[in-house]
Design a protein around this ligand. Structure first.
Ligand code: ZN
Length: 126
């Protein structure tokens, strides 16, 4: 499954970042997904815990931050946000979009980590 390999890459990246930061585990992963990134969110959510098993992300919550499609129109000299079905034309003047500004994102926005817990904290996380 396409999304499983994506999830594995994301987990690998976040796990490495968390280890570098001295985390004992990752609580939350915020992931930006562009509307035309070609990601099936359901499939990614299904794959995420599988990819996260035996890593610092094993119990992490996956928060998806949707990124709308935005194009730049040279004729209007301004950006426009598109609605589905995302025909890459200016919604105002119908010129073909000169540039895609947003919508293909697939990147970790941030992670929330838990630093190595003190012994007395152990009961709080059974
Ligand atoms: Zn335009």
């Amino acid at each position: 499954m396409h999304e499983l390999s994506i999830a594995c890459n994301l987990v690998e990246t976040a796990d490495a970042a968390a280890r570098t930061a001295g985390a004992s585990r990752v609580r939350v992963v915020r992931l930006q997904i562009g509307a035309i990134a070609g990601i099936v969110e359901e499939a990614l959510r299904f794959s995420f815990p599988i990819a996260a098993a035996n890593t610092l992300l094993a119990q992490a919550e996956l928060v998806v931050v949707p990124v709308p499609v935005q194009i730049y129109c040279a004729a209007c000299d301004q950006p426009h946000t598109l609605e589905p079905p995302y025909v890459l034309r200016c919604p105002r003047c119908q010129s073909p979009a000169n540039r895609l500004l947003h919508g293909r994102e697939l990147q970790i926005e941030s992670i929330e980590i838990e630093e190595s817990p003190e012994v007395e904290d152990a009961t709080a996380y059974p």
